[in-house]
Design a protein around this ligand. Structure first.
Ligand code: IZC
Ligand code: ZN
Length: 427
């Protein structure tokens, strides 16, 4: 018999953004349909949403049921929990020393070419113990949660040996088990060619394919495989080889494509049927068209182009007009994007990519959920989905990107549990 209770009723919501509607990734004008309801309420049971809509209608629907607890949203804005679909969460060390180089005009790829950049984080990650990596990543994940993220994708790629990659992936798994934020794990052994293989990159590519991918699969440590397809990192050919091998083993596939140089990474994403392609600043119209045809989600990372001081940004407006579904993410990593704040990404999505607040929220909820294959359970407030929602100290959506650089989150509910209250962790 059905349980006749409601665990938590969130009521008196001034503006309730549900993202209800189309279940496929949203494109074009659909990205503006955010399913906003004035004076709304959400009823939760066993970590799931059981009623959502106008307060009067919700109260009527649940009138026979006992409400165990109520939370007064005091007229504030409520959205689905934010989804961060691209982070390099687990790593050792930090790279503030690169700021000076950057100010002198040394580029990201030049720093990498000199053995710094990713490779300096590889060194720090290899030297760190599993406990140290866990403590550091947990602290970042807490910050992400405080800023409204309830599901986060996390990539490996700072080990670059089988053992060190497994070490990073085990930390992701442990965190996923013990932290309220849900993590989606991605293996990225092809993040850089390690110094010891500098003269023999193909030997490293084979190592990724023959040793790492099968073992990561055997241990069930990652759902996705990602490759950094970039000038001086992995070529289109090498990326194709690795992603095809991953696909054959049953991994979902992703690609860092056309970030700095137009390499043809977006075309490759379309050709292979990647779930998402990331960055895309230099993607051509042909590349975007290939993505559109294959339904690949474009994950744009405006905090990265901002932090790299790039003059150009991803062409989000063109993507939206062409029918490519757009998602946004922090790209949290110690080099090109050392920030956990999806609210900063909202501002940069508006100001630097020209997206509206509605498009930005679609990109950080339902489309971001699609980018990590989780749209059936998260990304919108609909009956049966996970009860992940955020209450802000704001009365409307545009206020979030407008008033930038601070944290607007008041309360976060994750799987039906209040985990942030008055801007403080309470889990
Ligand atoms: O550590 O620099 N772009 N990978 C590709 C990164 C940035 C992370 C890093
Ligand atoms: Zn990345």
């Amino acid at each position: 018999m059905e349980k006749k209770t409601i665990d938590l009723l969130v009521h008196n919501i001034g503006s309730l953004v549900t993202m209800q509607g189309k279940s496929a990734a949203r494109t074009g004008s659909e990205m503006s349909n955010i399913g906003a309801i004035e004076q709304g309420a959400v009823a939760l049971r066993d970590g799931k949403i059981v009623a959502v809509g106008r307060e009067e209608a919700v109260l009527d629907e649940i009138k026979e049921l006992t409400v165990t607890a109520k939370l007064d949203a005091e007229g504030k804005l409520v959205t689905p929990g934010l989804v961060d679909p691209h982070t390099h969460l687990v790593h050792g060390g930090s790279r503030e020393h690169e700021l000076d180089l950057k100010l002198k005009g040394v580029s990201y790829l030049e720093i990498l070419e000199q053995g710094g950049g990713i490779l300096s984080t590889v060194k720090a990650t290899r030297e760190a113990s599993e406990e140290q990596l866990y403590t550091k990543a947990k602290s970042s994940l807490d910050t992400m949660l405080l800023y409204g993220a309830t599901t986060v994708e996390a990539k490996s790629g700072y080990g670059l040996t089988l053992e060190d990659e497994l070490k990073q992936l085990r930390v992701t798994k442990e965190l996923n088990q013990h932290h309220p934020v849900d993590l989606v794990s991605t293996f990225m052994g092809a993040h850089a060619v390690p110094s010891e293989y500098k003269e023999h990159p193909m030997v490293y590519v084979d190592l990724v394919i023959e040793d790492m991918l099968p073992e990561v699969k055997r241990q069930g440590l990652a759902e996705y495989c990602d490759v950094f397809c970039e000038h001086g990192v992995f070529t289109v050919e090498q990326s194709r080889k690795i992603l095809n091998a991953a696909k054959e083993l049953g991994f979902g596939i992703k690609i860092h494509a056309d970030e700095i140089e137009p390499m043809g990474g977006a075309q490759l994403a379309g050709e292979l049927g990647c779930v998402s392609a990331e960055h895309l600043l230099a993607a051509t119209d042909e590349g975007l068209s290939a993505m559109q045809q294959a339904g690949v989600v474009a994950v744009c990372l405006p905090a990265t182009s901002f932090n790299l001081r790039l003059k150009d940004h991803a062409r989000a407006r063109t993507m939206i007009e062409m029918g490519v579904p757009v998602a946004l993410s922090t790209d949290y990593n110690p080099g090109s994007s050392p920030t956990e704040s999806l609210q900063l990404v909202m501002t940069l999505g508006c100001l630097n990519l020209g997206m509206t607040p509605e498009e930005v929220l679609t990109a950080l909820t339902i489309n971001a959920a699609h980018a990590i294959g989780k749209s059936e359970t998260i990304g919108s407030l609909e009956i049966g989905k996970q009860a992940d929602l955020v209450i802000y100290n704001a009365s409307n959506l545009a206020y979030l990107p407008y008033h930038f650089g601070i944290n607007h989150v008041n309360t976060v509910i994750k799987n039906g549990q209040v985990v942030v209250e008055n801007g403080t962790l309470v889990y």
